[in-house]
Design a protein around this ligand. Structure first.
Ligand code: NAD
Length: 336
């Protein structure tokens, strides 16, 4: 198949080229993200391949349909940026990589927690400047704390096991509680309100859907314990950033660690170090000493990049050969 790979960075090319030698697909790399303006680049291709911040909305999907695109291959797990209903109307299959390395994301979640708690980022800078004082580096023991996991799928379960291993009490909330997992004794399912009210650390691992959009808002954030830590390595729009800023300003939210951000499309995956950043919410967030932001790097391990390229190309091969599409995402995924 002739595949237009949008939004590519050097590492995408490297891993797709390596895995591509085992396939017959013709891979063409575009640095531009897919959106209405860049969709004409897909003319003459059989498939497009996109990542988290490509905008595959109604209008874009309609254009892809007109160009005869047969497949939208997501090289990620989340599919919130694709109009699945329009894709179905246009007869375009949407395929994804359901799990490339859930360990990578769960481990990065732990990295955010430990950094925020023990302030290793601050200690690193201090020591390099010859400042060995411990002032304001106080942390807390994670052992014995209650950790709330919202969304107990692949990543949420691995994260829950890690935190259980650290001696935490783990509680979970999921639309579809996994009773088998609960039986293992790693976590106990509770209601969302119970989780919010009892947890010292809350970590989001549910997908972004109409139901989970701003699941953390003014109402839910104030149900959290004063001084609690909130971590989001899932999708930016799970948190109403303005609510988080209000709760941080009033000292209610103790720590915020985010690898994803509501308006990340305009910032992430780019070097803006020589640019004036005008995103007021991000500037505001970065002014808090108890906020840690990483630029959507939770997935970013060599294991995950290999798996992303391998599964994406495998999905395209399965489509081409008329095989069962095990990684298909239908519109039912957002109707739940
Ligand atoms: P998964 O599908 O295995 O698990 C998601 C879980 O969320 C499921 O158990 C599901 O029942 C639950 N859920 C769905 N709707 C819910 C709701 N309204 N309330 C509570 N729970 C709900 O997905 P996964 O592989 O664990 O990935 C989770 C998310 O992580 C993805 O959707 C993606 O957005 C994000 N992600 C981020 C990165 C990164 O680099 N930061 C990388 C990969 C995935």
């Amino acid at each position: 198949m002739k595949v237009a790979i949008f939004g590519t960075k050097s590492y995408d090319k490297e891993f797709f080229k390596l895995e591509g030698v085992n396939t017959t697909h013709e891979l063409v790399f575009f640095e531009s993200r897919l959106r209405v303006k860049t969709a004409p680049l897909a003319r003459g291709f059989d498939a497009v391949c996109v990542f988290v911040n490509d905008v595959v909305d109604t209008e874009t999907v309609k254009m892809l349909g007109e160009f005869g695109i047969k497949v939208i291959a997501l090289r990620c797990a989340g599919f919130n940026n694709v109009d699945l209903i329009e894709a179905e109307k246009q007869g375009i299959e949407v395929l994804r990589v359901p799990a490339y390395s859930p360990y990578a994301v769960a481990e990065h979640t732990l990295a955010l927690i430990l950094t925020l708690n023990r302030k290793t980022h601050k200690a690193y800078n201090r020591v390099r400047e010859g400042n060995f004082s411990l002032d304001r580096l106080t942390g807390f023991d994670i052992y014995g704390k209650t950790v709330g996991v919202i969304g107990t799928g692949k990543i949420g379960q691995i994260f829950a096991r890690i935190m259980k291993g650290m001696g935490c009490k783990v509680v979970g909330f999921d639309l579809y509680p996994n009773k088998e997992f609960e039986k293992e004794g790693v976590l106990k399912y509770v209601t969302l309100n119970e989780l919010l009210e009892s947890s010292d650390i809350i970590s989001l691992h549910c997908p972004l859907t109409p139901q989970t959009h701003h699941i953390i808002n003014d109402h839910s954030i104030w149900r959290m314990k004063k001084g609690a830590m909130l971590i989001n390595t899932s999708r930016g729009r799970l948190i109403d950033t303005e609510s988080a800023i209000r709760a941080l300003s009033k000292g209610h939210l103790g720590y915020l660690g985010i690898d994803v951000y509501e308006q990340e499309e305009k910032l992430f995956f780019r070097d803006l170090s020589e640019t004036l950043i005008r995103d007021e919410k991000m500037l505001n967030l970065m002014s808090f000493p108890n906020v840690l932001v990483t630029g959507h790097q939770a997935f970013f391990t060599d294991t995950a990049l290999t798996q992303i390229a391998r599964v994406t190309l495998g999905n395209l091969t399965a489509f081409e050969k008329g095989e069962e599409l095990v990684n298909r995402v239908g519109s039912e995924a957002i109707k739940g």
